[in-house]
Design a protein around this ligand. Structure first.
Ligand code: PMP
Length: 445
């Protein structure tokens, strides 16, 4: 502990201020749903490191597979020669694709890189420049990904010019559209699709538009599932105009929503599917998956990266996919989702708290609680909300951490998000709900 205190005192001040942090202290060890700090705290982790350690920290089979791979080959540079885990991972993923046409894989390290690769691919194969994204979207912090990120100004404030040729439409959710919470999903979808048609008529001609990129469940923008009708509408417009549909499942994929991919619920076919985070349960790995018919148009050497498709990460990902089957993970997600929603809805029904909660939503174990806006007293002033010095959601999250549970906020609105491990037990979910309820009640007081 003393050594950790020393390390923290001496070197934490040398970490860039650009990196935010939810809690102080140094992590000693993490296992399953728990994280231990050197100062003796042991906390329940309902962040999964932002949706990464979906099978819990240091899952024994994943760690063992990675350790074994470390003794064979760590860095098999993929532009030089394939290593076996790269191909084994394709073998595992092919049958899991949300559409059988998705048969061409490129692995990289991070979600942002996958986004970059997808934009580059879309531009190359269509010969078109522009990209349409969603207001509220998060796709990453590199330059192309930052340009299609519309969830918070902090990510790009002061760094323009970004990648040009980016347009956006509202994600069909009431606060993204500036409409009252009771607005019907059908109205919201009509409004967003109308904005898209308008965009294609007024600002970016179809023949200049390479792709539309969307998260099927908005992540950093507030944990908002897209209505099926909207995803189908986007697919129809893409088909009509020869635009590629990029589905970013970096956060929503790998079982998070109770299906292997969130897009499955809509039956919509992605032209390009992006995966990362849960894919390798903590080892850096992302994937850009498309159709051979599309990727055959790329010139060899146009894609790549020194660490792309790292052998240890791929071996870990193979173990992740195997664990999904062996441990009935998807079944567990659905059961625990019910437990979590029961816990959160019970809290919402508590008269002491109900005026402060306006929404409990999400899919599977990607669940959000939205509080009544504290800054402006209305949902129609996002600027005031985003700049509120004492956001209700961040006070709740802070209280949860003090009480023994790591939890994150999301979006410029008053939203706390639950990202527990997909193999959480019923008891862990109940413990999380109990801590959350106590925290909310204390903040409300
Ligand atoms: N897309 C989505 C939907 C994400 O949630 C994230 C990360 N939060 C990214 C892309 C970027 O991934 P990374 O942080 O690995 O670059």
């Amino acid at each position: 502990t003393e050594e950790a205190d020393q390390l923290y005192a001496s070197y934490a001040p040398h970490v860039t201020k650009g990196l935010g942090r939810s809690t102080e202290g140094v992590i000693k060890k993490a296992s399953g749903s728990r994280v231990q700090f050197y100062d003796g705290r042991e906390v329940l982790d309902f962040t999964c490191g932002i949706g990464v350690t979906n099978l819990g920290h240091c899952h024994p089979k994943v760690s063992a597979a990675a350790a074994k791979q470390c003794m064979n080959i760590v860095h098999g540079q993929c532009s030089i020669a394939f290593h076996a885990p790269y191909l084994q991972l394709i073998e595992r993923l092919l049958p899991l694709m949300p559409h059988p046409s998705l048969d061409s894989f490129f692995f990289w390290n991070s979600g942002s890189e996958a986004v970059e690769a997808s934009i580059k691919m879309a531009r190359t194969v269509t010969g078109r420049q522009n990209v349409i994204c969603m207001q509220g979207a998060y796709h990453g912090r590199t330059f192309g990904a930052m340009a299609v990120t519309k969830s918070k100004t902090i990510y790009s404030e002061g760094v323009a010019p970004l990648m040009p040729g980016v347009f956006s439409i509202p994600y069909p959710f009431w606060h993204q559209c500036g409409l009252p919470p009771a607005t019907s999903p059908h109205t919201l979808v009509s409004q967003s699709l109308y904005q898209l048609d308008l965009l294609l008529a007024q600002q970016t001609a179809p023949k200049d538009t390479a792709a539309i990129i969307i998260e099927p469940v908005l992540g950093e923008g507030g944990y908002v599932p897209a209505p099926t009708e909207f995803l189908q509408g986007l697919r129809a417009i893409c088909d009509k105009h020869g635009i590629l549909l990029i589905i970013d499942e970096v956060q929503s994929g790998f079982g998070r929503t109770g299906r292997f991919f969130a897009i499955e619920e809509s039956g919509v076919k992605p032209d390009i599917l992006l995966i990362a985070k849960g894919l390798a349960n903590g080892f850096p790995l992302s994937g850009v998956i498309s159709r051979k018919e599309i990727t055959d148009k790329l010139k060899p050497g146009s894609m790549g990266g020194t660490y792309a498709g790292n052998a240890v990460s791929c071996a870990a990902a193979v173990a992740v996919v195997d664990a999904f089957k062996e441990e009935n993970i998807l079944e567990n997600v659905r059961a625990r989702s019910t437990d979590l929603l029961v816990g959160l809805n019970t809290l919402r029904d508590d008269p002491a708290v109900s005026p402060f909660i306006i929404d409990v939503r999400g899919r599977g174990l990607m669940i959000a609680v939205e509080f009544t806006p504290s800054a402006s007293g209305t949902s129609h002033d996002p600027f005031a909300q985003a700049h509120s010095p004492k956001s209700f959601a961040s006070r709740v999250a802070k209280r949860c951490i003090e009480k023994g549970m790591l939890i994150l906020t999301t979006s410029v609105y008053e939203v706390v998000r639950f990202i527990p491990p997909l193999n959480s037990t019923k008891e862990e979910i109940e413990e999380g709900c109990r801590i959350f309820a106590e925290a909310v009640k204390e903040v409300v007081k």
